[in-house]
Design a protein around this ligand. Structure first.
Ligand code: 5GP
Ligand code: MN
Length: 335
């Protein structure tokens, strides 16, 4: 039996399905989770989404995103649901450490069957079914494949389609990264065919700002952007006080690191944001010869894709930036 049908059979046999994804949810983790929820429902199965963190406001327009339970906000219920589950989907992450240290033991110690569907490099081997394909742009695209190649294309509807379109769109920077394949566009076309309003999704994600969000981004670019000319690297850093000043909400700095990378001549960019007891960093780079995920995993307890990764630093913002400046030339080669 092919893996697509194996996944669907496992759904059919399950009684308590819980859909999980990584910390700091993005469009692909929310999109793939909601699409899987809708697909399970189309198969006549109840399911529930339990994420470590709540969805950012800028993705709450997606129907059913507001149903997502988070360990952060619904601790008791999420623990209960994970303990009762007999099938856990692990979407858009390659290792249970990616759900964070609070949720990781709940998944590691669960007796439920696990299905990992993911597109990050180096998948861990904790799941009964591991569907990992780093050549595919997004987990959402893989879920489309699961639906089509398990012979369930008749179950595709605009609700599933809208969630999948969101995930593909956000993980490909609006269909412009090298990860986009001809197949990606065929899938997008078929989603529009079944009634997905692509223009509404773009507007909801990219043309909807709060004034605070826009001002924070403007401030970050005009006051907090530093160029390391000899490395061809751009850095933005934001302190807790600065985030507070602009009433920072989750997702407000999404994509900001790509804005820094867009400066002519840059080979890499990093965004440092100060959190309560650590510093969160987003890394981006250009070209196969500049694998920024190696920098992330060797120095910032992180990882990700070769040109888009993230990590954390336990220490001050200044120390994090200093470390980055010390090591960046090992990984990023100026042209
Ligand atoms: P972002 O910068 O958008 O938060 O993350 C970009 C990519 O980096 C994500 O798709 C994910 O693959 C990876 N990533 C972000 N943060 C972490 C982290 O703390 N650990 C690991 N292993 N990967 C991360
Ligand atoms: Mn993804």
């Amino acid at each position: 039996m092919n893996i697509y049908k194996q996944i669907v059979n496992t759904i059919r046999e399950a009684k308590q399905i819980v859909i999980t994804s990584h910390k700091s949810p993005d469009g692909d983790s929310i999109g793939s989770s909601v699409a899987m929820l809708e697909f399970c429902n189309s198969l006549g199965k109840e399911a529930i989404i339990c994420h470590p963190d709540a969805a950012p406001d800028f993705l709450l327009w997606l129907p059913r995103a507001s149903e997502i339970l988070s360990l952060e906000q619904n601790e008791k219920l999420v623990i209960e649901k994970l303990q009762e589950a007999d099938l856990i989907f692990c979407l858009d992450y390659n290792d249970t450490s990616r759900v964070g240290k609070e949720m990781q033991p709940l998944i590691d110690q669960s007796n439920a069957k696990k299905i990992m569907i993911d597109h990050h490099l180096n998948p861990a081997t904790f799941a009964e079914i591991t569907f990992s394909d780093p050549t595919i742009c997004s987990t959402s695209q893989i879920i489309y494949d699961v639906i089509e190649f398990s012979d369930n294309k008749d179950l595709l509807n605009s609700k599933i389609g809208t969630a999948l379109y969101l995930g593909i769109m956000t993980d490909t920077g609006s269909f412009r990264f090298p990860s986009v394949q001809v197949r990606t566009h065929h899938i997008l076309a078929s989603l529009i065919e079944i009634g997905v309003k692509h223009y509404e999704i773009h507007e909801n994600v990219f043309d909807t700002n709060t004034l605070d969000r826009l001002r924070l981004r403007g401030y970050a670019c005009s006051e907090k952007l530093e160029i390391l000319p000899e490395n061809q690297v751009a850095i933005i850093s934001l302190t807790k006080a600065e985030l507070k000043r602009f009433n920072h909400q989750k997702g407000d700095t999404e994509g900001l690191v790509n804005v820094a990378l867009s400066i002519q001549g840059m080979r890499a960019a990093a965004l440092f944001t100060e959190a309560d007891d650590y510093v969160k960093i987003s890394f981006r780079s250009k070209g196969k010869e500049n694998p920024i995920n190696e920098l992330a995993s060797n120095h910032f307890s992180g990882g990700g894709h070769a040109n888009a990764s993230g990590g954390r630093f336990d220490g001050s913002l200044e120390e994090a930036i200093l470390l980055f400046k010390q090591v960046v030339s090992k990984y990023i080669k100026p042209m």
